[in-house]
Design a binder for this molecule. Structure first.
Ligand code: COA
Ligand code: AMP
Length: 627
């Protein structure tokens, strides 16, 4: 069956389509019910099936004869370490850590927050939770203590698992003090905190609460996989919302397993034994889906890389990893290749390495700019494939469906809807847009397996954010258009999210932090174009009449506050003090125009503006480069 026929079947006969896909994974109880509508907007996949995601990732591969194959390759230029884990070895570590968690009282349904750098113990901890049917919530290490505290309060974990430090190029970042501070701020307190001590920094343990990873592992009895319902949650992954309160995207076990297994062949054309490298972080959805679960569900070898595209030690790092581990399929964010290209425009580094094993390069996480696409194509002569997805969906909404047939690549487009996704562009009134017409990108319900099932602890927020805005559809929060051939072009967000180095961040959340400064009367944050990271936040600040602080000093304090409250990853570096903020007569800040000005794009004053002169003033401040 070709792509079109497959897609048609997936939309017209979803139960038949996903029922067949479900047969490719090992169930403890195979599902009889493929889809069960819960209400008009929402339903459950494989609700009467049972399985265990750690069994599927590890034990099932061993049963299939892959016990001696590498499951995980840990490559860490920042510690000069390479370590290989076979499926059998990884399973032993996971089963033992699951036993350790169980000994600490963690059971099916309990939450465990994991705050770890890119080390094998992060993967082991995630799979150990899955083995017990516990729900992991992995938090990216670049988040500050306050963000970690907000996630701890929301997920209410029984245990926190962390490491003594992370290593950012050559900078040692002590994680444990951040965890201690987060637990000091959090209302919820876990029963225990398990700490993996790295030689680069030793964490101080709090007596009675903190346990040493090595000691709990030594005392543990390996745990077997616990059967869970397909609809039981596997993990919570927080993503930026429009306010300071992060949204906990909930992923189930069954739909996730079926969808990821399918995506490994549809999107990546991965075969058992292939070496798959997603150069991301376990704290992001790419890390969850394509460092941890997807490659292991498919019997591949997954690379876990603790380093950067540049500076660890140079712009040849990606090619060196591809050579050393014979990587077949590489997945990264465009920003990583922009960083490489900036340092090595002629791709001299690439020519130092032999990478005949590499078959394809996949990009996602942000818009793939044509310049990066062209450079990568020209220097590698490999297929470079863009695909579009989100934390919420867990796998590609649009891709080049190479597992079925390779379609023409149109640079600038994430290609075609994956089977299961009925992607449409609609206008503000919910009417379907014509070919080439811009609008909100929406997915007709029901969503395919693998997508979020709710927002943790707040189903109302799930519905109001994603389902209510366009009745009958999932609102992706992205805008764009579909061309006459059905190719989807994702152009930007419709909400206040910005994309910094492939990381989705909320400007609303930064505004909350800035507004809490005692000298600030009002503020707004917009995402402006950046040649390396895609976007960077820019703050416009109105100070209180009573404030005496100098603008430079205020800017410094605001930068520190955002760094301390949200984290270094926000890359908040500019806050400009203005006399007034440009607003419509109804009081809405004209964010789009501010962004256009900052990017040097053409702009015009809308008729609804309260005071047109203010726009000129702000334009002068922005074009004068004053900070
Ligand atoms: N733990 C602690 N701090 C972290 C961190 C982590 N896991 N990750 C990033 N940070 C910090 C960095 O140290 C840096 O701090 P600094 O301001 O003190 O220097 C800040 O957050 C910004 O980091 P980063 O965005 O990595 O910027 P950079 O200038 O060091 O590197 C790139 C630029 C483009 C090389 C880098 O952003 C990159 O590798 N991007 C690809 C990311 C990616 O894969 N995204 C897709 C996710 S799906
Ligand atoms: P996150 O949930 O953090 O992975 O961010 C998802 C968001 O990143 C999407 O909603 C898009 O705005 C953006 N994004 C991801 N992949 C692409 C892509 N291939 N093209 C354009 N935007 C993308």
């Amino acid at each position: 069956m070709d792509y079109r026929a497959t897609w048609d079947l997936s939309i017209n006969a979803p139960e038949q389509f996903w029922g067949e896909q479900a047969q490719h994974i090992h169930w403890l109880t195979p599902p009889k019910t493929i889809f069960r509508a819960v209400d008009a907007a929402h339903g459950e996949w494989f609700s009467d099936g049972t399985l265990n995601s750690s069994d599927l990732a590890l034990d099932a591969n061993i049963r299939a004869g892959r016990g001696a194959q590498h499951a995980l390759i840990y490559d860490s230029p920042v510690t000069n370490t390479v370590r290989y884990y076979t499926y059998t070895e990884l399973k032993e570590e996971v089963a033992r850590f699951a036993g350790a968690l169980r000994a600490e009282g963690v059971q099916k349904g309990d939450r465990v927050v994991i705050y770890m750098p890119m080390i094998p113990q992060a993967v082991i901890a995630m799979l150990a939770c899955a083995r017990l049917g516990a729900v992991h919530s992995t938090v990216f290490g670049g988040f500050a203590a306050g963000e970690l505290a907000a996630r701890i309060d929301d997920a209410a974990p029984k245990a926190v698992v962390t490491a003594s430090c992370g290593i950012e190029v050559s900078k040692i970042i002590a994680y444990k003090p951040l965890v201690d501070e987060a637990l000091r701020q959090a209302r919820h307190q876990p029963d225990c905190c398990i700490v993996f001590q790295r030689p680069e920094a030793t964490a101080t343990l709090v007596a009675g609460r903190d346990k040493d990873w090595g000691e709990v592992m030594a005392a543990a009895h390996p745990a077997d996989p616990v059967p869970v319902a397909a609809t039981d949650p596997l993990y919570i992954l927080y993503t930026s919302g429009t306010t300071g309160k992060p949204k906990g995207v909930v992923r189930d076990n069954g739909g996730h397993a079926v969808a990821l297994r399918y995506s490994m062949s549809l999107v990546y054309d991965a075969r058992p034994g292939d070496v798959f490298w997603a150069a991301s972080d376990v704290g992001w959805v790419v890390g969850h889906s394509y460092i941890v679960y997807g490659p292991l569900f498919a019997g591949c070898t997954s690379v876990l890389y603790e380093g950067k595209p540049v500076k660890t030690p140079d712009a040849g790092a990606f090619w060196r990893v591809c050579q050393d581990h014979k990587v077949n399929l590489l997945f990264a964010a465009p920003t990583a290749f922009r960083a490489i290209r900036k340092e090595d425009p002629e791709a001299d580094q690439l020519h130092r390495y032999q990478i005949p094993a590499l078959k394809r390069i996949f990009l996602a996480g942000e818009r793939l700019d044509p310049a990066t696409y062209d450079w990568l194509r020209e220097c590698t002569h490999l297929p470079v494939l863009d695909h579009w997805w989100q934390t919420e969906t867990g796998w590609a909404i649009c891709c080049n469906p190479i597992g079925i047939e390779m379609m023409t690549v149109k640079p600038g487009s994430a290609s075609l809807p994956s089977p299961g996704y009925n992607v449409q562009v609609v206008d503000a009134a919910g009417r379907q847009a014509g070919a080439g017409e811009q609008g909100r990108i929406a997915i007709k319900l029901p969503l395919p397996p693998g997508c979020l099932t709710t927002v943790w602890g707040d189903d109302g927020r799930y519905r109001s954010t994603y389902l209510d805005p366009i009745p009958g559809y999932y609102d992706s929060g992205d805008s764009g258009y579909i061309d006459e051939d059905g190719y989807v072009f994702v152009m930007g967000r419709t909400d206040d999210a910005i994309n910094v180095a492939g990381h989705r961040l909320s400007t609303g959340q930064m505004e909350e932090v800035i507004a809490s400064h005692p000298a600030v009367a009002e503020c707004c944050v917009v995402g402006t174009h950046d040649g390396l990271k895609g976007q960077l936040p820019l703050g416009l600040v109105l100070v209180k009449d009573s404030a005496t602080i100098a603008p430079d000093e205020l800017e410094e304090e605001l930068i520190d506050m955002v760094r301390e409250k949200i984290g270094a990853l926000a890359c908040f570096q500019r806050a400009i003090v203005v006399e007034r903020l440009p607003k419509t007569r109804s009081g809405k800040i004209l964010r789009r125009i501010i962004r256009q000005m900052a990017d040097g794009e053409p702009w015009s004053a809308p008729s609804t503006i309260d005071d047109p002169a203010i726009l000129e003033e702000i334009n002068q401040r922005l074009s004068g480069g004053e900070t």
